[in-house]
Design a protein around this ligand. Structure first.
Ligand code: S3P
Length: 443
């Protein structure tokens, strides 16, 4: 990541057209590297997202003793060290901008007899880690040192003999759930996580794929109760990473709001715990077709055909938040281009993302002439068709704010400029070229 800011401007463009495949899913990519490193033997990963966040996780796995190599064909080869097989790294582990990498590896290290220092960039240093450290301490890990409130940089001593726990998660967070499950791999007996609202289940699916015994049952109206049998012998298995629906969201919304557009986005993961955005957009009147539905590497995928058309404002229920948590900034852009009011409810978790995304999303729209309110944890956007634009958006080291603002600029009356495009590479390397290839004016 360069220290210099790299501004970028998006201008109103003609119809977007063509086919594209967005990079691999970020959540699955992190997990494939971490779990591959915890098997004994060789795992191959195809379609890995080679964004900066995931590359940080790859370096971290190397520092913990696993061997990872990228073949010339783009397939990654991981030589794992097995559950409990990590070594103490010689230097602090650098997670860059990535909350997922950091929180998942906290869990993996908590169940290993090693000591490691965790660090990251200025954005990651602000993010809450206490929520993950609480259950990991119950399992026997010790925080040797941490910044105020348990934040990074922090040093964790993993448990030599981790204890299995039953943990009722106070926040709907797949990162928290995954940290407990990864620590539970090294504990004897059953580790259980109960969540009131189901979060993305890629850790559970991949653990099963690698041979662990893990059972997920419904809990209450929207939740799950997940039980992992500890100390499995994880078996290497090839992983195929499907295209990331959270990245597909940007060209997809662009195609919906730029008049006359039609795009096909290939092999997008349609795991129901990730597709809240598609549900919401369809409720708004969007034309999104799923073609060639298939199953690829344990996940459902489809080609998405998207056509531009009029959108109307809707109310988005709070219980849908976990299934579209990363998509609110781009949904807010769609809402600004719809007719009528969109109310997005229960967005408290947005305040602790790569930026305070609730405030950053509201500011992005306001800077471009859109009327927005924040009421408690709800975001309310007054849609009026075509926004005025003409604003400069402060991205706060947040890739999703950067990409959302650029999509807004493709349809606004006046250009939209972002202060820094560098962080887009954390999750979507090649975004600018891909969008230009479809017809976007980004300079
Ligand atoms: C992720 C979970 C979500 C999401 C993040 C990726 C994951 O965070 O925002 O981009 O891969 O587990 P939380 O689990 O903290 O909600």
């Amino acid at each position: 990541m360069t220290a210099e800011m790299t501004p970028l401007t998006a201008r109103r463009t003609g119809p977007l057209q063509g086919r594209a495949r967005v990079p691999g899913d970020k959540s699955i990519s992190h997990r494939a590297l971490i779990l591959g490193a915890m098997t004994v033997g060789d795992t191959t990963v195809s379609g890995l997202l080679e964004g900066e966040d995931v590359l940080h996780t790859a370096d971290v796995m190397r520092a913990l003793g696993a061997r990872l190599e990228r073949g010339e064909d783009g397939v990654w080869h991981i030589h794992g060290v097995g559950v409990g097989g990590f070594m103490s790294p010689a230097a602090p582990l650098d997670f860059g901008n990535s909350g997922t990498g950091c929180r998942l590896v906290l869990g993996a290290v908590a169940g290993s007899p090693v000591t490691a220092t965790f660090d990251g960039d200025a954005s990651l240093r602000k993010r809450p880690m206490r929520r993950v450290l609480d259950p990991l301490e119950k399992m026997g890990a010790r925080v040797i040192e941490a910044a105020e409130g348990g934040r990074l940089p922090l040093t964790l001593q993993g448990a030599a003999d981790p204890v299995p726990i039953t943990y009722e998660s106070p926040v709907p967070s797949a990162q928290l759930k995954s940290a407990v499950l990864l620590a539970g791999l090294a504990a004897p007996g059953e580790t259980t996580v109960i969540e009131a609202e189901a979060s993305r289940d890629h850790t559970e699916r991949l653990l099963k794929h690698f041979g662990a015994k893990i059972v997920s049952r419904p809990h209450g109206a929207h939740g799950r109760r997940i039980t992992l049998q500890g100390q499995p012998e994880l078996e290497p298995a090839p992983v195929l990473v499907p295209a990331d629906p959270s990245s597909a969201a940007f060209p997809l919304v662009a195609a919906l709001i730029v008049p006359g557009s039609e795009l096909v986005l290939e092999a997008v993961m349609t795991n129901p715990l990730r597709t809240g955005l598609f549900t919401t957009l369809r409720e708004m009147g969007a034309n999104i077709e799923e073609l060639e539905k298939r199953s690829d590497g344990g996940e459902e995928v489809a080609d998405l055909r998207v056509r531009a058309g009029a959108l109307k404002g809707v109310e988005v229920p709070a219980e849908r938040a976990p299934a579209m948590i990363d998509e609110y900034p781009i949904l807010a852009v769609a809402a600004a281009c719809a007719e009528g009011v969109t109310r997005m409810k229960g967005l408290q978790e947005l305040r602790v993302k790569e930026s305070d995304r609730l405030a950053a999303t509201a500011d992005m729209l306001r800077a471009n002439g859109v009327t927005v309110e924040i009421e408690g944890d709800d975001l309310i956007v007054h849609g009026k068709g075509r926004p005025a634009g003409g604003g400069e958006v402060v991205t706060h080291m947040d890739h999703r704010i950067a990409m959302s603002a650029l999509v807004l600029g493709l349809v606004s009356e006046n250009p939209v400029r972002i202060d820094d495009s560098a962080f887009i590479a954390t999750s979507f390397p090649g975004f600018v070229d891909l969008m230009r290839g479809l017809g976007a004016d980004l300079t």
